[in-house]
Write a protein that binds this ligand. Structure first.
Ligand SMILES: Cc1cc2nc3c(=O)[nH]c(=O)nc-3n(C[C@H](O)[C@H](O)[C@H](O)COP(=O)(O)OP(=O)(O)OC[C@H]3O[C@@H](n4cnc5c(N)ncnc54)[C@H](O)[C@@H]3O)c2cc1C
Length: 294
């Protein structure tokens, strides 16, 4: 997540300046003009989309310096200097730090009420957000799961519903993840790597924004929608998007997954023309090799 926050910051600054933004593995951003070696990059959970995102952002002028150890940063006369182990210091205009986050659970006296934190400092809860202390519930960043605002919000609602009505549920398989770069990156559900590792048979459909009229009209044709569906049941298992308004487009995929939709369901849903959402439909059609406009 911190790399994604770093990217978000990098993207904003890059668009405000003429220099290049460099999100480092340690989450540190700097600006400089040298070309760098690119290694692994995780803008998206899905490796293929992450690779595409890296290419697109690099094409725009962002430079990535991965796999390096930043040992310090200091203000200089005209900007700042970032020290990197084994390498020349980086001279830059500004340094933005996104070194990751951890649950804020220290100093709350949790041990006094019998709550023992897990190895990552999080509060263990059961499926109903109950902690080890009777009457004490926990949600959001302090419990396991992605540290995202909308995840915390769903948990807050479900937790109170559970307390008041006895029913409350969060579907952790359908929590979207968005990186607000330009273009945006968004995903929900399983990645291709996860499906391969779990031995789940799947079919994949992808469709590029380049073949979409609205994307062309917007002048934002980088990226694609990729849909992963179960090979036998066609149930949608994951959707990954790099492209304009990906963070908005993913909502359709999340809804489809909440309803247990198949790729065929999405493919047969009428999508208004000309919209970016047509790329989602085409990717769903592509799962069965039936994309229309390519
Ligand atoms: C730079 C940055 C960018 C982010 N961008 C995104 C994004 O684009 N999308 C997204 O989904 N998520 C984003 N997040 C993550 C998101 O902010 C968190 O996941 C979300 O706020 C978690 O909600 P929460 O209720 O668990 O905790 P919080 O929102 O942190 O709320 C906890 C509250 O408890 C209060 N508190 C703490 N200790 C005490 C105490 N002892 N007594 C009383 N009150 C206390 C705090 O002041 C705070 O108000 C970002 C986070 C950061 C740091």
């Amino acid at each position: 997540m911190h790399v994604q926050i770093a990217l978000k910051k990098a993207d904003k600054v890059e668009r405000l300046t003429t220099k290049e933004a460099v999100p480092l593995k340690d989450g540190l951003l700097s600006f400089e003009l040298k070309p760098y070696e690119l290694k692994t990059f995780r803008a998206a959970n899905d490796a293929e989309i992450a690779k595409d995102a890296q290419k697109v952002l690099a094409k725009q002028g962002l430079t990535f310096k991965l796999g390096v150890k930043v040992t310090g940063a200091r203000a200089a006369k005209d900007g700042a200097v970032v020290e990197i182990e084994g390498q020349e210091p980086v001279q830059c205009d500004r340094v933005l730090v996104a070194v990751g986050r951890k649950p804020h659970t220290e100093g709350l006296g949790l041990d006094k009420v019998g709550i023992t934190l897990d190895a990552k400092g999080r509060i263990p809860v059961d499926a109903h957000f109950r902690t080890a202390a009777a009457g004490v519930f926990a949600i959001g960043d302090v419990i396991p799961g992605p540290m995202l605002a909308h995840k915390a919000e769903e948990e807050g609602v479900a937790c109170v519903e559970q307390i008041v009505t006895g029913y409350g549920h969060v579907n952790y398989d359908a929590i979207p993840n968005v990186v607000y770069t330009h273009p945006e990156v968004a995903g929900v559900g399983k990645t291709e790597e996860e499906l391969v590792a779990a031995g789940i048979p799947y079919r994949k459909g992808a469709f590029p924004f380049l073949a979409n009229g609205r994307a062309k009209a917007l002048g934002q044709t980088d990226g694609k929608v990729k849909i992963l569906a179960h090979k036998e049941t066609d149930r949608i298992l994951g959707v990954h998007i790099l492209g304009p308004r990906a963070g908005d487009l993913i909502a359709e995929a999340v809804t489809a997954m909440e309803f247990g939709a198949s790729a065929e369901d999405l493919a047969r849903t009428c999508h208004a023309h000309p919209t970016l959402a047509e790329v989602v439909k085409e990717a769903a059609l592509a799962v069965d090799g039936r994309a229309l406009h390519i």
